[in-house]
Design a protein around this ligand. Structure first.
Ligand code: ADP
Ligand code: ZN
Ligand code: ZN
Length: 827
């Protein structure tokens, strides 16, 4: 009797899809197996077997599985429950969840390539005609994609052919090779000895500038990494440092050929083989910490999720480490989630110190191959060995998807952080909320930690849905910083401002620098950066694909769109009125850095934002440099607020509190408080009280007062009043629908249709449609519909209705091509 497999495919379609299991594959297929199937006419897809069944599906003509790709299932049964929950909660398809869950390295698509197996001795007699064609072509070309094999042989289905060739050890999959013989070295580049001087380097740069501008760019990246002229001229720069440049390997190759740089290799320690140097039980908790620790344990025994509200520097991490240790002792695994930018080497080193190579890191900056390896190791298979399993995984939000056997503990650190929410593509999940469900599946404990909890979590804690554990003292009686306000309006009137800096802020910076202390300057997001405006007619340059103004990037002398990446040159004259006076508006981190450098020419000012930290190395270099006091003033965005612990920072400047406070979003006050409190937490160390200067035009704004008083409770109460009044979370749940199409009228019409349809059921709960702040991105028009569901009402039912309306809309011939995205609990 034939058997069938229901297969989940990584597509935004209702699945699963049924395939026939060919007899010879039967012993290999199980739920969780990765398989290759044909989908559509030509396309090969990788899917995961959801279940096997004997009952044939209704229709005949079921296609057979093409291949089983691994000797063991990649996905555990329990993960399916998690995927299904996520799909239904976040209104998307299980296939989309799967696509987010599996490392991209597991995909085998028409783009998969094969090459000759080195074991192949050239024995051609056993090959089929098509096999010969493949081999002949591989003799002259390095590799072939499955699509190319299909074109060359005229076969529609090539997977069986390729599999036979792989079994005969004639060819091998290129991926597999990379997986198996993953290099433990990486390519590095040095300046050729001839160019290790300022004059010679300038000369060759000049030359390249005229003839090979892209190569010059690569060389400039190198110079920046070496920090010439003061830096180390002989230092090796890894390939990864150049990854921000398009076709960087080609550029580097050209530089090597011209003997401007030389290529070498160096050992790469990926998963750090080091053992632990200390035992976690050796950590002596302070009395407060100990009380918190005991309270957390109690709650966990009662299977109750906990919110740990601990001020910055209270030693939450030490408590986590103790909890992790207990979890490991009970033979279970622990997952430690952090926001992406908080996953620094500082925290990695701190965990490694106690747990050594039992710690695995899962990070989106890691390569596909590395993530595949992590997956297999957590699963218990690595290079064919079993049992080598990470017990502690430290990761950003996607680490939730790893194939844990038995989780005992999930820590969600900085639980308020908005980067826990995935914005695009689906599943638009929140990692904290998903962690709660995952923990339930495993019977694991959950600890959510923050110095500034989200309003939602704190409300849950006050209602008893979470246990609340407080840690109100900094470790070793360190004081919370003193927070001062610089009234910008007043200083402008008195003319005491110097450019963007108040006299109060500069006075504190001077004092800090005189005392050989370091300073952090915080400027919210790079988006608030320089724009150009015509002085005569107020014309501003706009993106041609999106409804936003372009941002001026001084370094590249370009105007760029932060939504789609479109770039153009700075115009010499206003295209509207011809005036040559095009002026800059606003100020970003780059400008701040430049002005500070002018004010403090003898000190080192460095900027840390998305632009200066494109590579892992560049980011690490800035941090290490700052730790070693090579930098006096660090100018940064949100990045400086997370996961870093610096010993010599006593003064922090918040340059513009107003652009946070006036952000048009119901979370603006909460976010501003969180950001300011977190930035402030960077100041003040061992034996000195820190100082924070907030620049604002609203010195009496309630949120600023709450930051000054370190009064989280006041902020929380204010916000709860406001949110109750305007029906916002936690009093309601929000669901946002985003309707998109290239035709503006059609977008509006479809959105109106959809809102109307939902309104028939949900009435006044439906708001909109409305244009969002940015109403066109990448040439698509956007309309938003917002649905507010009261807490008491059934969100499940509301979601059913919304889903049904969305499906009805897509069945309308007129709106078939209009896209609708659902965002549940939007952030
Ligand atoms: P939080 O994460 O709450 O902001 P951390 O865990 O980073 O705080 O702790 C702040 C500092 O205090 C760190 O340098 C940490 O090593 C130190 N610390 C906290 N608790 C202890 C302890 N029990 N023993 C030794 N050092 C501690
Ligand atoms: Zn003009
Ligand atoms: Zn754009």
């Amino acid at each position: 009797m034939p058997r069938y497999a229901d297969v989940i495919l990584p597509l935004p379609l209702k699945g699963p899809f049924t395939y026939l299991v060919p007899g010879e594959m039967e012993p290999l297929v199980a739920p969780g197996s990765r398989v290759a199937v044909q989908f559509g006419r030509q396309k090969i897809q990788t899917g995961i077997v959801r279940r096997l069944r004997e009952v044939p599906p209704g229709s005949d003509g079921v296609k057979p599985l093409l291949d089983v790709l691994d000797p063991f299932p990649l996905v555990r049964e329990g993960q399916f429950s998690f995927w299904d929950w996520m799909a239904s909660y976040y209104l998307c398809h299980t296939g989309e969840v799967m696509a987010a869950a599996l490392p991209a390295g597991f995909r085998l698509e028409s783009e998969t390539t094969i090459e000759l197996d080195p074991a192949f001795a050239g024995e051609l007699s056993s090959l089929s005609r098509e096999g010969l064609t493949v081999v002949n072509n591989l003799l002259s070309r390095e590799s072939l994609s499955l699509k190319e094999v299909s074109d060359l042989t005229g076969l529609a289905k090539v997977v069986n052919l390729v599999r036979t060739l792989i079994d005969q050890r004639v060819v091998r999959r290129v991926e597999e090779v990379r997986e198996r013989y993953k290099p433990r070295t990486e390519a590095v580049f040095r300046l050729h000895p001839d160019y290790r001087s300022e004059a010679r380097l300038a000369e060759v740069m000049d030359l390249l500038g005229k003839r090979a501008y892209r190569q010059l760019e690569a060389l400039m990246v190198m110079a920046a990494e070496l920090r010439v002229p003061d830096g180390d001229w002989e230092q090796a720069v890894p390939l990864s440092a150049f990854s921000g440049l398009k076709q960087h390997t080609v550029l580097l190759k050209a530089l090597v050929e011209k003997q401007i740089v030389v290529k070498g290799e160096r050992e790469l320690s990926r998963f750090g083989e080091a053992g632990a140097s200390q035992s976690a039980s050796a950590i002596v908790l302070s009395e407060h910490q100990h009380l918190a620790f005991e309270a957390l344990r109690l709650a966990m025994d009662a299977h109750h999720p906990c919110l740990l509200h601990g001020v910055t520097g209270s030693g939450k991490t030490e408590i986590y480490i103790r909890l992790i240790e207990e979890c490991l002792q009970s033979g279970k695994q622990a997952l430690y989630l952090l926001p992406e930018i908080a996953l620094t080497t500082q925290i990695i080193d701190r965990l490694r110190k106690y747990f050594g190579d039992r710690v695995g890191i899962y990070h989106s900056r890691y390569s596909d191959a590395e993530r595949v390896e992590m997956w297999n190791t957590v699963l218990g298979f690595r290079n064919g060995e079993t049992g080598a399993r990470f017990q502690v995984v430290l990761g950003a939000r996607s680490a939730l998807f790893l194939p844990f056997a038995e989780l005992g503990l999930i820590i969600v650190d900085e639980e308020h952080d908005s980067s826990y929410k995935q914005i695009d593509p689906a599943p638009r999940y929140h990692a904290r909320d998903s962690a709660l469900y995952l923990a339930r599946l495993h019977g694991a404990g959950v600890v959510m930690g923050s110095a500034t909890p989200s309003i939602e979590s704190y409300a849950n804690a006050l209602q008893g849905i979470f246990s609340l554990v407080n840690l109100t003292k900094r470790y070793s009686e360190m004081l919370l910083p003193e927070i001062l306000v610089a009234d910008i309006r007043e200083e402008k009137r008195k003319k005491t401002m110097r450019s963007h800096f108040s006299s109060l802020l500069l006075e504190k910076v001077n004092e800090a620098l005189d005392n050989r202390e370091q300073v952090i300057m915080f400027q919210n997001r790079r988006g608030f950066s320089l724009r150009l405006e015509c002085d005569a007619c107020q014309w501003m340059p706009h993106c041609r694909n999106c409804d936003v103004t372009l941002i001026y990037h001084k370094h590249q002398q370009q105007l760029r769109c932060h939504y789609c990446g479109y770039a153009e040159n700075v115009p010499q004259h206003c295209p509207e009125c011809g005036s040559p006076r095009i002026l800059m508006q606003g100020f970003g981190t780059e400008k701040v850095e430049e002005e500070l450098q002018d004010l403090y020419p003898e000190h080192r000012v460095v900027r840390m934002d998305l632009d200066t930290t494109r590579s892992r190395m560049a980011y690490q270099r800035i941090i290490t440099d700052f730790e070693q006091r090579g930098i006096d003033i660090l100018v940064g965005t949100q990045m400086v607020t997370k996961g870093l612990d610096f010993d010599h920072v006593n003064t922090v400047g918040i340059l513009n509190a107003d652009n946070m406070l006036s952000f048009p979003d119901f979370r603006a006050s909460e976010r501003s408080f969180q950001l300011m409190a977190q930035v402030s937490g960077r100041s003040g160390r061992r034996n000195k009280r820190g100082i924070v200067v907030i620049q604002t035009v609203q010195p009496y704004h309630s949120v600023i007062r709450q930051v000054i008083d370190h009064d989280y409770a006041a902020m929380f109460n204010d916000q709860m009043t406001e949110r109750r009044q305007y029906d916002y979370p936690p009093f309601t749940r929000l669901i946002q629908l985003r309707v998109k199409h290239r035709d503006s009228a059609l977008t509006s019409e479809a959105a109106r249709w959809l809102a109307h349809r939902i309104r028939q059921w949900l009435g006044h709960r439906v708001l909109g449609p409305e244009y969002p702040m940015v109403a066109r991105v990448r040439n698509e028009y956007i309309k938003h519909i917002l649905i507010k569901v009261e807490r008491e009402a059934s969100v499940k039912e509301a979601k059913q209705i919304i889903l049904q309306a969305m499906e009805e809309m897509q069945r309308e011939p007129l709106y078939r091509r209009v896209r609708v995205q659902a965002d549940v609990d939007p952030y």
